[in-house]
Design a protein. Structure first.
Length: 106
């Protein structure tokens, strides 16, 4: 049988060299953190827990909850994923976000 099948590698696409990557933050104290949710694995509960723990450990932290950002749907078409990423980046810049928590396990 000569049948062709498309296959997607679980390794993903090759990574390009990172350019202009941000440095790690020395602390989260006084920083603004954005939450970006992928609609998987009880994010409503997990992000609530993350917020509580961060606020206990890092005084002055400000958290912009995931419901203020577009949801990242896993498995969407590449064009809509790219647009969602641009929308999230624009909001993060507007709100002066220092770091983003993305996804939520799965």
């Amino acid at each position: 049988m000569n049948q062709k099948m498309g296959v997607i590698s679980p390794e993903g696409l090759p990574r390009k060299a990172s350019q202009g990557a941000s440095r790690h933050l020395d602390t989260l104290e006084g920083k603004t953190i954005g939450e970006v949710y992928n609609n998987h694995f009880k994010g409503e509960l997990m992000f609530k827990t993350y917020r509580r723990l961060f606020k206990e450990k890092y005084p002055g932290i400000k958290i912009i909850p995931y419901d203020k950002f577009p949801i990242v749907y896993v498995g969407g078409d590449p064009a809509s994923q790219k647009q969602t990423a641009k929308d999230i980046a624009a909001l993060a810049k507007e709100w002066e976000v220092d770091a983003i928590i993305t996804g939520n396990g799965g």
